[in-house]
Design a protein around this ligand. Sequence first.
Ligand SMILES: [Zn+2]
Length: 265
Amino acid sequence: MNSDKPSRLILCLFLFQTLSLYAVEKSVPQQITPFAETLTQISTINSLMAGNFDSAFTFGELKHYGDFGIGTFNSLDGEMIALDGKIYQARVDGKIYSTPDSAKTPFSTVTFFEPDEKFPVTGFSLEELKKFLNDKINTNFFYAIRIDGDFNYVKTRSVTSQKPYPPLVDAVKKQVIFEKKDVRGTLVGIYCPDFMNGLNVPGYHFHFLSDDRSFGGHVLEAKVNHATATIDKTPAFNMLLPADFSPGGSKKGDIDRVEKEPTAR
Ligand SMILES: [Zn+2]
C-alpha cells in the first residue's frame, strides 16, 4: 500500500487553495480602490472663482475617489473636510455637521490616503510648517498631508452664499472667522504644484477638524504644539467636470485673496 498518496493529494489541495486565496487577496485592493495613488478633483478652482457654486456631483459619488480631502458644498455652504472616509461640513454657525451621501459639491479634491512618510512636528506656525514640508516633498508632485496632534492655536473660516452667486472673491468678504486655543485635531491638507494654477490651489491648502468634531474649517492660521505630519505622494491626477461645467477664470492674486488671511490682502 502506498500511504503517501492521500497526504500528497491533501498537500496539492492545500497548495491549490493557498494559491487561489493569494490570487483573490492580491486583486482585492485594486477592486476596492481603483483610484489609489490618484488625486481626484471635481471641477476647477477657476470655475469656483467665477461663482459656479452648484453641481450635480454627490458626496456619495465623491467617496468612490477618496477617503481624505477638502472642498466645499453647493451654495458654498461651508468648508468640507473628508477624513478617514467620513465627510464633515464646517458651516458659518461654527458647528460641524456630518454629510449625507446625497449632498452635493461644486469643488472638491480627494484621494485615498496611504501614508508614505511620517515626521514629528513641534512649535511651528502655519508658514513654518509649509517651509518644513517644502524640504520633505517633491514640489512637482501632488501630496495629501495630514498633521495629527495638539495645536496651541487654530484660526479657521467658513463661508456661505446665496443666489445670484457673486464671484468667490466677493463671497469670502462675508466669511466668518473662528479661533480655538489648545485644541487636538487634524490638519487635512492637499499640496498642488504651481503648474496647477487655475485648476486647483497651487501650494498648500489646509482644512482643520478637531478630534471631538466640534471645531473646524478652512485654515487661516495655526500653531502646532506637538503633532505628527504624514505625507502621501500622489503621482496620478483625475479631473471630473460637471455636465454644465463653465471654466470661469480668475485674476492674478485672486486665489490668494480667497485662501489666505484677510489682513494679508
Ligand atoms: Zn479651503
